[in-house]
Design a protein around this ligand. Structure first.
Ligand code: FES
Length: 107
């Protein structure tokens, strides 16, 4: 069963074509159930489930990372506790609760 951003009609930006036999890791993105594979970065995990990582703070655009190596700072996400993480250099972990918008915009 699929839930989360894909179930809501939002296709993921990335499509997983290979290496699909790793254990599943469950996480939540903006309150929706999502799944990734062990060893995925948070950026990969999110972009398999959603079209973007976060909203740009400078305009209406949505961001999906840029350098993929920890240099550009384009992939910051928020955790449920309000802390931030850089998605391209952080591995996904079971039970992570991630947000694509800053805490002041949570409803
Ligand atoms: S994509 Fe550039 S720092 Fe993460």
């Amino acid at each position: 069963m699929t839930s989360g951003p894909q179930a809501a009609g939002q296709a993921g930006r990335m499509v997983r074509l290979a290496d699909r036999d790793r254990p599943r890791v469950r996480f939540r993105l903006d309150g929706a159930d999502c799944a990734a594979l062990a060893g995925d970065t948070v950026l990969t995990a999110v972009l398999v489930s959603a079209p973007a990582v976060r909203q740009s703070e400078f305009g209406p655009e949505r961001r999906a990372g840029f350098c993929l190596m920890g240099a550009c700072q384009d992939c910051w996400l928020w955790q449920e506790d309000g802390g931030r993480l850089r998605a391209c250099s952080t591995l996904i972990a079971e039970g992570m609760q991630l947000r694509t918008v800053p805490p002041e915009d949570w409803q």
